[in-house]
Design a protein. Structure first.
Length: 201
């Protein structure tokens, strides 16, 4: 009986964990109430990633087209204070980040269907930091996937100009249809660096 009860408890836990996967939305031009939904998107990518990191599941983050510059360059993102001690918005859960959506169209109109690939511009000028650091413990599997974004103007003293994959837990990450321009570092990987050469990347 105890074995059956334990099995039911585990099954309930797994079902609960799976059901918590969620979708989040981001639009840099949105300047009203933010909850991460289609009609109240977050204003920054970091807010969406932080929300996704806080719950169990594989999440999707849909990012509207536009310029996502660093606060040091007049933008809204603070990449250097993203959570990683050496810079970058830290990803600790499996998630897919998709860029290029039309997003807010004015008033109460949103378009999360029309998509122009690479129109989400991650501009790291003056950030002194990469954009993202993957710390998702996936054990020989993909963690986050970055899809349809452009990364430019990274210039800092660590590794991974725009994206960095940690060496812990044999992590991997996916990079699909992204553009990297004018990124340089004094460490390794001017655009992307995988510290473990994980099988997933």
């Amino acid at each position: 009986m105890r074995a059956i009860a334990a099995s039911l408890a585990v099954s309930f836990f797994l079902a609960t964990a799976i059901s918590r996967a969620a979708d989040y939305y981001v639009d840099v031009d949105w300047a009203s109430t933010e909850s991460g939904t289609q009609t109240q998107p977050y204003n920054t990518i970091k807010d969406a990633v932080d929300a996704a990191n806080a719950v169990v599941g594989t999440h999707n983050i849909y990012i509207a087209e536009g310029w996502y510059g660093d606060v040091a360059n007049g933008g809204t993102e603070d990449y250097s204070a993203g959570g990683a001690v050496d810079g970058g918005i830290t990803v600790t859960k499996k998630m897919n980040l998709y860029g290029g959506y039309a997003g807010w169209q004015g008033a109460s109109t949103f378009d999360w269907t029309t998509r122009t690939s690479r129109a989400t511009q991650i501009d790291l000028k003056n950030a002194g930091s990469r954009a993202f650091r993957n710390d998702c413990p996936t054990h020989n599997a993909l963690g986050p996937t970055f899809d349809g974004m452009s990364f430019s103007n990274a210039n800092h003293g660590t590794s991974g100009g725009a994206l960095y994959c940690s060496s812990a837990y044999w992590m991997g990450m996916g990079v699909n249809n992204c553009l990297f321009m004018n990124n340089s570092v004094t460490g390794s990987g001017g655009a992307v660096y995988d510290a473990m050469d994980a099988p997933g990347y």
